[in-house]
Design a protein around this ligand. Structure first.
Ligand code: HEM
Ligand code: HEM
Length: 178
């Protein structure tokens, strides 16, 4: 029997984005601890912003591919409420995945620093230097980071559960066989 799986592009992006997002979460918390107004902090913050912007584009591509290809249905092995919980969790993760790069990008454009893309190309801010707007989006950035981390922990626990039950859910997103 051929089991239903996500499209190859969706599977590749799931794992690439999982790696990039976990890296960016750790990087974001680390970079926040660096002493302010130092060249070191500026260098790493711009690296975080640049990787985040590239990640944001990949997220848009993932969401586009996900919702333009047919997703496998969950009905075979899971009860109705389990399916609804899984879908709600996935949608919330997509929301956080959009909110993180977007809030970071908007916040950066309401500060005088803007973005120095990979520390080579200066992208001048398109907004005024506004502390209120900056801190609103900065708080949203931090909040969505914590929410995504919480959801990912629950997601991985659920995935381990499926793996142990060998119910085929893991296979739907696995890279092997491609
Ligand atoms: C930052 C890390 C991660 C994020 C943001 C993430 C996000 C997602 C999302 C949004 C889906 C739903 C796909 C869809 O229906 O569109 C998904 C599916 C899945 N993920 Fe992850 N994931 C991450 C890491 C992981 C890890 C580390 C594992 C395994 C240990 C994993 C296992 C799975 C499995 C098994 C599915 C398939 C679920 C199904 O068939 O409905 N994910 N992931
Ligand atoms: C997928 C992408 C991203 C993830 C997962 C991510 C994650 C994080 C996290 C977890 C923090 C620490 C927040 C805290 O202190 O509680 C952070 C800080 C920060 N992020 Fe991001 N980020 C992403 C993209 C971006 C982008 C695109 C920008 C700007 C263009 C950006 C700008 C910043 C800045 C400036 C800080 C430091 C805030 C401060 O300490 O005042 N991030 N990020």
């Amino acid at each position: 029997m051929i089991q239903a799986r996500y499209a190859r592009s969706v599977r590749i992006l799931h794992w690439l984005l999982a790696a990039l997002l976990l890296l960016q979460l750790a990087f974001g918390w680390w970079v926040g601890e660096l002493p302010r107004n130092t060249p070191e902090r500026g260098y790493f913050i711009n690296l975080h912003k640049s990787i985040g912007m590239v990640t944001g584009l990949l997220i848009l591509l993932r969401i586009y591919w996900r919702f333009t290809s047919t997703a496998p249905t969950l009905s075979i092995t899971m009860s109705h409420w389990q399916q609804r919980l899984a879908t709600a969790g996935h949608h919330l993760m997509y929301l956080c995945m959009l909110a993180l790069p977007l809030s970071g990008y908007i916040a950066s454009n309401f500060s005088r620093f803007g973005v120095k893309f990979f520390n080579t190309m200066t992208l001048a801010p398109w907004g005024p230097n506004d502390k209120g707007v900056y801190s609103f989006f900065n708080r949203l950035h931090s909040l969505s980071g914590w929410l995504l981390l919480t959801l990912v922990v629950l997601h991985v626990l659920a995935a381990i559960g499926h793996g142990l039950r060998r119910d085929g859910i893991f296979f739907r997103i696995s890279l092997w066989p491609l």
